[in-house]
Unconditional design. Sequence first.
Length: 746
Amino acid sequence: MKPLLPSAQLLAPLFGRILLAAAVLLPAASTVQAQPAAATSAGEVFRRMGTDNWVPRSVSFAELGFTGPVVLGYPDSLREIYLPVPPGIPTANGSVQLDANYVRADGGRTTMIVSVDGYPVSARPFIAEKGDASIAIAIDGAPRPSGFVRLNADWRTAVGRENTCADARTPGNILRIEPTSRFTYRYDGSAIRDLSTAWAAMPSNPTILVASNKLSNEAYDSAWRVGVALERAGKHPIIRAFPAVGDMVDLRNLNVPAALRGIPAFAGLADGSNRKIKDSAELGALMALGAYGPLQADIVIADKSIGDSIGANLDALRGQVQAASADAATPFTEWRARFVDPWGKPLASKEVRLANVFGRPTIVVAPDAGAKAAGLFTSIWQQAAASPSVIVTTAEEPKSDASAVTLKYLGAKPSTLEVLAHADWNATFDIGSVAADGRGPGTLVIDVAAAPSAAHTPPVVSVFLNEVLLGAKELEAKGKRERILAPIPMYALAARNVIRVSFTRQLASDRCRETPEPYPVSVLASSHMLLEKIEPRGDFAGLIARFASRGSLIVPAAFVNDAQGTLPRVVRLATATGLSPVYAKFVPVADGAAPKIDGPFLAIDVPVKEAAKSDVKVDGSRLYLAGEGDKPLLDVTGLNRLGLLEVTKAGGETGAVYRTLGQESPSMDKAIQLSDGNVALLGDTGLRSEVNTFDPSGQGRLREAQPSFYERTYWWLIPAVIVALFIALLVFASRVRRSKNENAGL
């Protein structure tokens, strides 16, 4: 066979890319061709809607928590990304669009290998100095019991060397995967048959639908509790109120089928802009558009008014459908009987039900079942919800007098990792799972085992809590259990905590006689957390410990009349301060009334008259922070879209008071992570500033960090004192014996 000519050598990679692109695009093209033609009549549209059980999903890497690009290069050339799917449910049309680019400053043979669930699906070489590395990866529709698709990106470079001991590192060869990369798929909604699976199938940003912008106290109470439960599960809920006649609705992304535009209600929604809802028939049309309309919901807080409203709106729409197309009346009635009427029926007290809402499986919560639902959907009880409808009388986390809890009890799963240079094991837990009866997290005890490497280079294991390094150890790596004790400082705790165990190996090749290969390490099931008596302090960390098992949420009574505007703020603040959605009390306060303080509290835009005198004052858009004497530390006017959260005392109890600065409240779009301050300034992007006014220089933290007697260099005094006492005892005994001998001689 003749060797390739130079021009052919240059064109071969190009032909390879064309063939790869064709392999990726051909399935997509066949999928498009396989889709049915557009419906030609209104009756056909409703008939198809009545049989369509597929729910589309799309999630970007940014929504999965990747706030910046994923960068691969020496020595971290491998990254595994977990893409969420409904556990145990078949999917279809799955694909991952990786938006990536690369640079190659060090040359060599560079390859990008992409694997799905451990099986390679793509391998491509790169020869240019820089370029586009984007690729579309098809994902098969097999059910994943774990609830995740494992996507591995492996970026490798092999450099030709004259001898085996030459430096093979390539720090200039970098792959960058952008957070705009996206995973899209659809799943069969009819396969979700119980509440546990429906909860696990929640998207990253689930929608909580409430009956209207004006709620009863009971429904508002359930809504904030369910929202906090979702936040604790790592989701970021969106609150949406069911619109009423006269409300403005965003219709810019709405696509009304052409066959329905002959019906007046649908024709009015087809202009593709913000529109004021004209009548009940248009509301019915919004519902009829199902999962493709703006009324999508993952959780519904039921209310008697929502059932009555739905029935009236659909009755009005049915009249227009029958007048415009007589043959569409029957398919419309069948669609309504399947997708709307069942969940619109009243729920029993404390009932949580799975229903098909506007074409997708949805959890419907009774207005008095918010606390019970929040308890049911914790990690310990979620699997017990193996039914489409339950009445929850009690769902609380088990409490005991034990001084330790295993990490498995907190929801963490022991596992084994392959480590070449670096690997992480992660676990999350809520402070409420371990803080109760005056006790809280004291020490993390992490048991690990590591296999030896051929070069006998020991791995190093580091233990982090909320990215605070608690302890580290160089392992013996003999395949046996080794233990790391990591005391937990109070300032490292948060309402939702992340434990990270990081393994690092030095890439050694046994005097250049071998190529480094990964070796297994395990986090063992005996890993646990020691609980200790804690003295809650007057800062956010202490408040989080107080809120674990009790507390009160105090809000203005007017909040229930602006559910969509106030619930996101209430959910975010309750989550940040650790207020329990199961045990907390909900206290709406009438305008001008003084709230009754009974235990730890979170007061949002409610003046607490019994509150202790504070150095921080808020007056409209003015923020004033007192200093020494008459000179303030801070005096600023003209602030807006900011909020101030302060730990204070009232009625002998410690709590937090939130006040809005300016005319508009901040949206608080990002999670708020509080620590050991007692005053926090909050904005649209979350925490902007935090300070401890009682200890601004951090002397308390320094005292906590002071080494113990055993950690000081004076430890050698202990054996010296023991030796001195022993010598003194011998001398004393010798003198006593000599005295007895002298007395006996006399």
